[in-house]
Design a protein around this ligand. Structure first.
Ligand SMILES: NC(=O)c1ccc[n+]([C@@H]2O[C@H](COP(=O)([O-])OP(=O)(O)OC[C@H]3O[C@@H](n4cnc5c(N)ncnc54)[C@H](O)[C@@H]3O)[C@@H](O)[C@H]2O)c1
Length: 344
């Protein structure tokens, strides 16, 4: 861990959130100095306590909206970062259907502002949170970065596709930014210390928080949406990537950008394990890893669910020199320990 005030600074928008907070830890461990920008619209200040417990010190945090041009310019001037990792966004697919303008505003305006500010302050290195949602239900599996993107199924998904296009067009116009868009598959887990993790607001839309809340008795049962898909046990298949591994992928991405020659560049990289897991196997692995049973029922298919998607991670292995290390059982055990901490 580096405590020096001279470590290169990285702005981390959304740094108090699920993936952002874990990335802050990875950045510090790699010798960078993260500077969090988070308006706490989908996180709690207790995330900063968790970071302090893990790191043994405070991390600078600006509790502001990263769409405020004046404040952001001040932060760029004052902090003089060498890179930006842009996590801040709204991410609830269902809510995005009901409130599309909120999603287009919050997921795209800050991106435009960052791409305008970075050249003004000579900041070149940019990592963007994208998603495997841009692939929809692909024809061929596993999904490579050459797999065509399909029309988005939700305004949220569309903001990720448009976000990628905005960066590509900016770079094509020779705006001097080196950018990598990381297409995450399904992030799960928590820091092994159980000091930071995912804070789902309301009823979780994702499988693992639903499993942990059901195991904890917060929800009476988990509904498995469909067991008649063309998969090994009939339930949907996803590629579950541990959030600590995912955080490390950001550090690798940043290092590769810093090493790359100056000048505009843009690329997209899948971040997953390369393995597809069925819903029922995730439940079974959770039960084995924790010794806690999960009450579940099989329900009808859910509208909008793709049957299966998992990553080809060859490019991440080659370009980032990164691969996922943590097993599904480890991720689920950590998610459970985090759930237990939340209930204390
Ligand atoms: N978690 C997933 O399943 C997943 C999958 C693919 C992509 N992503 C993307 O990864 C990124 C991070 O996701 P996460 O799961 O950590 O979400 P999260 O909600 O836990 O974290 C996002 C953080 O950004 C903050 N924020 C939102 N809008 C802001 C704004 N305008 N100004 C300042 N702060 C703002 C929130 O308060 C929150 O702390 C998002 O861009 C998300 O779309 C997430």
């Amino acid at each position: 861990m580096t405590l020096s005030g001279n470590s290169p600074k990285i702005l981390v928008t959304g740094g108090a959130g699920f993936i952002g907070s874990h990335t802050v830890v990875s950045l510090v461990n790699a010798g960078f100095e993260p500077v969090i920008i988070d308006d706490f619209s989908n996180s709690e200040r207790s995330a900063l306590d968790g970071l302090r417990a893990i790191l043994g010190r405070d991390v600078t945090c600006y509790a502001v909206n990263c769409n405020d041009a004046d404040i952001m310019a001040d932060i760029f001037r004052k902090e003089a970062p060498i890179g930006v990792i842009h996590f801040a966004a709204n991410k609830a697919v269902g809510e995005s259907v009901a409130k599309p303008l909120k999603y287009y505003r919050n997921n795209l305006d800050p991106l435009l502002l960052l791409l305008e500010l970075m050249p003004q302050y000579s900041v070149q290195n940019f990592v963007f949170s994208s998603s495997c949602t841009v692939y929809g239900q692909p024809e061929h599996l596993p999904v490579t970065e050459e797999t065509p993107r399909l029309p988005a199924q939700s305004p949220y998904g569309n903001t990720k596709a448009i976000g990628e296009d905005i960066i590509r067009d900016a770079v094509t116009a020779q705006i001097p930014v080196k950018a990598l868009a990381l297409r995450y598959f399904n992030p799960i887990g928590a820091h092994p210390s159980a000091e930071i993790g995912e804070l789902p607001l309301g009823v979780p839309a994702n499988l693992v928080p639903f499993i942990t809340q059901t195991a904890a008795g917060i929800r009476p049962s988990l509904t498995v949406y469909g067991d008649d898909y063309n998969t090994p046990d009939g339930t949907c298949v996803r590629d579950y990537i541990d959030v600590v591994d995912l955080a490390d992928a950001h550090v690798q991405a940043l290092k590769k950008l810093i090493e790359a020659p100056e000048g505009a560049s843009y690329d997209v990289i899948n971040i997953g394990t390369g393995r597809g897991e069925t819903v029922l196997n995730v439940i079974k692995t959770f039960e084995e890893a924790t010794g806690v049973n999960v009450n579940y029922v099989i329900g009808p298919r859910r509208a909008g669910d793709v049957e299966q998607v998992y990553a080809d991670v060859t490019k991440a292995n080659r370009v980032l020199e990164w691969s996922a290390r943590r097993s599904l059982a480890e991720s689920l055990r950590d998610a459970w320990n985090w759930q237990k901490k939340l209930m204390k």
